[in-house]
Design a protein around this ligand. Structure first.
Ligand code: ATP
Ligand code: MG
Length: 262
């Protein structure tokens, strides 16, 4: 366990869809600056956990607390303002806008006041816009998409659209970043590049919760790995232990993986 203070505390969380229990009695603490991965088979409840934490799904039971603040019942945009920003399992860039405009929208989300100033075309806006554009360029530089700034987002290859999504999330200045299968659909070179970016994101002090089926990535970047199966946590620990955990091997990793990595 890390000595850093607890950032996110999930206590006894249950999520239901009618009669179906997607998450049952999930308890999980994530410390400041930690990278924690959530793994498990399809339908285990990983995305549902993200949805509950970020306000897209109500908790049937339990409590979610971030930096001492209870999140239950708050709307997604309010939770984002508290610094919890997510990406989605399915790509969700604004395809009809340029790459740069996508980032600018991410930056605007940060400030309601700025949105009003833009709508009212206040004189400060032109000056602000230039500052925002250079900030947007810096973020694009960071993810390696600077050369694509003027292109339509929809024209980017899939892997680069996924990087753009992460850039949009970073523009909202997260203190806790939730990534739902960020490298699915990326080629090996893009995945390797993404792993380096994630190391840089961590170096910025951003806490990360990651859902990913790419085990090389999960085991390479995580401080801790939490395995869900049928809505319940079946293991929680450092990557080395998780790779050898018989319950995790049975429910998810498989014997072949265990033989190759044990
Ligand atoms: N909108 C929904 N309505 C009804 N059931 C849902 C809904 N979303 C998810 N479920 C169900 O909740 C359970 C958990 O799904 P969830 O999407 O959280 O799994 P997951 O771990 O993210 O899986 P995957 O690895 O395939 O993305 C599954 O049984 C799923 O069918
Ligand atoms: Mg999912």
């Amino acid at each position: 366990m890390s000595a850093a203070p607890i950032a996110l505390r999930v206590q006894g969380l249950s999520v239901r869809f009618g009669g179906l229990v997607a998450i049952e009695d999930m308890t999980l603490d994530v410390c400041e600056g930690e990278v924690v991965s959530l793994i498990g088979p399809n339908g285990a409840g990983k995305t549902s956990a993200f949805n509950a934490i970020t306000g897209y799904l109500p908790a049937a039971r339990g409590e979610i607390v971030y930096r001492g603040r209870r999140l239950n019942g708050l709307k997604p945009n309010r939770i984002a303002q508290l610094g919890i920003v997510r990406t989605f399992q399915k790509t969700s860039v604004f395809g009809g806008r340029s790459v740069l405009q996508n980032i600018l929208m991410g930056l605007h989300l940060r400030s309601r006041q700025r949105m009003f100033a833009i709508m009212l075309a206040l004189p400060s806006v032109a000056r602000d816009e230039r500052a925002l554009e250079s900030e947007a360029q810096r973020i694009l530089d960071f993810v390696g998409l600077a050369a694509r700034a003027a292109e339509l987002a929809a024209a980017l290859p899939y892997g680069e659209q996924r990087l753009l999504e992460i850039a949009i999330a970073l523009a909202a200045k997260p203190t806790l970043l939730l990534l739902d299968e960020p490298v699915s659909g990326m080629n090996p070179a893009e995945t390797a590049m993404f792993m380096r970016k994630l190391a840089q994101i961590r170096a910025l002090g951003i806490t990360v919760l990651l859902v990913e089926h790419d085990m090389k990535m999960v085991m390479g970047v995580s401080d801790r790995v939490v395995c869900l199966n049928q809505g319940k946590i079946i293991a929680d620990g450092p990557p080395e232990g998780i790779q050898r955990n018989p319950d995790v091997i049975r429910a998810y990793l498989g014997e072949r993986y265990a033989r190759a990595h044990g």
